[in-house]
Design a protein around this ligand. Structure first.
Ligand SMILES: Cc1ncc(COP(=O)(O)O)c(C=O)c1O
Length: 443
């Protein structure tokens, strides 16, 4: 743990441990043995309870696109708060937000709101099953899609259990995952269309949908190859299955999400994180006839679906304002900052002579303690010495007033400018210099 963990954070964690399992409500907050406790955030900066200020490159796991407490979002939400926060009635706020989102991508005929990315993926997988009347889903090895049992399969496969590359095993994440779940999830390798199609062919009449994250952060944060996406899309078309994109993170990459960069329109798309404007959110968007599974029709109600807080007007208001602010110009500016960040980090790695590299696209980056960018999940998987070196790097960045995601990744916000990006590059250089001797020894 970095030396800047203060006394107040430590005291809070001692209290938390008595009432929260592991002292937290999200395991991802644990770095080393404890989380830091925040006091407040302003724009792209967060100030912890001990008064340390850091530039926020984590942005609540890539969910804040405008940083903290953006005045326009705060004002709109405050107005809504005074009018009530949750009703057993529909609201104009959800209609306005749905109209906005449906205008952003050609494949978004309709949208259904939920409360998290996990729920959005779950709704999408269930919608695909209901639409096709088939039981299985296919997903990419190592890809993270939240906590639905089926979406979790092979999320954390490791060399002991992942099996042969051309026939990856379906591995459980949680102990006690039913065998039936594993049997109904088919695992394909990333960006290897030939192997993927051979695997899919073996289950072709059972597959409801193929789920793809176009920049899977646990798979090196490397974009999907357009040819991989094209071939999977064609396969789904030819075999009566659906293509679902998980754009919970990647929607920030283009005005219409990463799908705008491919010449394909997925049948379904899960959204979340930044579309909530800082509030809990998820959404499933898709083609009219597929989204009709949520509506009572000739075939009855194929997918009954509800959620007490789904489309609550606070989230809907914050999300709409945030997304309206994230227009073409804002997306382009943020992606330029992303290029500057990746270039700055690459230069720092070069100057320091560190055996590391940087990947990512748009407003996302990830530092790997490997000399060359990985091509798939198995290549991304860090060995023990790489993991140790990465933790040392993240600690050093925290000490330097930079807060990345604990995996060495970062997601930018529109609250940043060139000076914050340059501070990041400088901090990476200093951090590599500090830990370089150790790296040379370990890797
Ligand atoms: C690609 C992707 N899908 C789904 C999820 C789950 O979203 P949530 O944490 O809101 O449930 C995440 C969360 O990190 C994600 O990165």
């Amino acid at each position: 743990m970095d030396k800047s963990v203060g006394r107040k954070s430590t005291e809070l964690f001692l209290r938390a441990n008595k009432v929260l399992p592991g002292g937290v409500s999200r395991n991802t907050l644990l770095r080393g043995i404890q989380p830091l406790y925040v006091d407040h955030g302003e724009g792209c900066r967060v100030i912890d309870v001990d008064g340390f200020e850091r530039i926020d490159f984590a942005n609540n796991m890539a969910s804040l696109i405008h940083g903290h407490a953006h005045p326009k979002i705060t004002e709109a939400v405050s107005t809504q708060l005074r009018r009530g926060t949750a009703f057993t009635m529909a609201t104009e706020a959800e209609v306005l937000f749905a109209e906005h989102l449906c205008g952003r991508a050609p494949g978004f005929d309709k949208v259904r709101f939920v409360n998290s990315g996990t729920e959005a993926v779950m709704a999408g997988l269930k919608a695909a099953r209901a639409y096709t009347d088939r039981p299985k889903i296919a997903k990419v090895e190592g890809s993270y899609h939240g906590a639905y049992d089926f979406a979790e399969v092979s999320q954390a496969a490791n060399p002991e259990n992942w099996g042969q590359g051309n026939r990856p095993n379906s591995t459980p994440l949680a102990q006690g995952t039913p065998q039936g779940v594993l049997d109904d999830v088919i695992i394909i390798p990333f960006n290897d269309p030939e192997t993927a199609l051979a695997i899919l062919a073996r289950h072709k009449s059972d597959i409801a949908c193929v789920l793809i994250d176009p920049i899977p952060h646990r798979i090196g944060m490397i974009p999907a190859d357009p040819e991989f996406v094209r071939q999977i899309h064609t396969w789904t078309r030819d075999n009566g299955a659906l293509l679902m994109f998980d754009e919970v993170i990647t929607f920030r990459t283009e005005t219409g999400g990463m799908q705008a960069r491919f010449n394909v329109t997925p049948d379904l798309t899960s959204l979340g994180k930044m579309i909530g404007g800082g509030f809990p959110v998820g959404a499933l968007a898709g083609r009219n006839d597929v989204m009709d599974v949520f509506v009572k029709g000739e075939k009855g109600l194929r997918l009954p679906h509800s959620g007490t807080f789904s489309a609550n007007p606070v989230t809907m208001t914050a999300g709409r304002v945030a997304m309206e602010l994230f227009d073409d110009e804002a997306v382009a500016r943020l992606n330029d900052l992303g290029d500057r960040a990746r270039e700055g980090i690459a230069q720092a790695i070069n100057i320091a002579g560190a055996p590391a590299c940087v990947t990512g696209t748009g407003s996302l980056f990830r530092i790997h303690m490997k000399p060359n960018p990985p091509a798939n999940y198995r290549e991304t998987y860090p060995d023990a010495s790489e993991q140790k070196a990465l933790s040392a790097l993240v600690d050093a960045l925290y000490d330097a007033g930079i807060m990345p995601i604990h995996t060495g990744s970062g997601a930018l916000s529109t609250a940043m400018g060139n000076s914050e990006i340059d501070r990041l590059a400088e901090a990476v250089l200093t951090a590599f210099r500090t830990i370089n001797t150790k790296l040379q020894k370990d890797i």
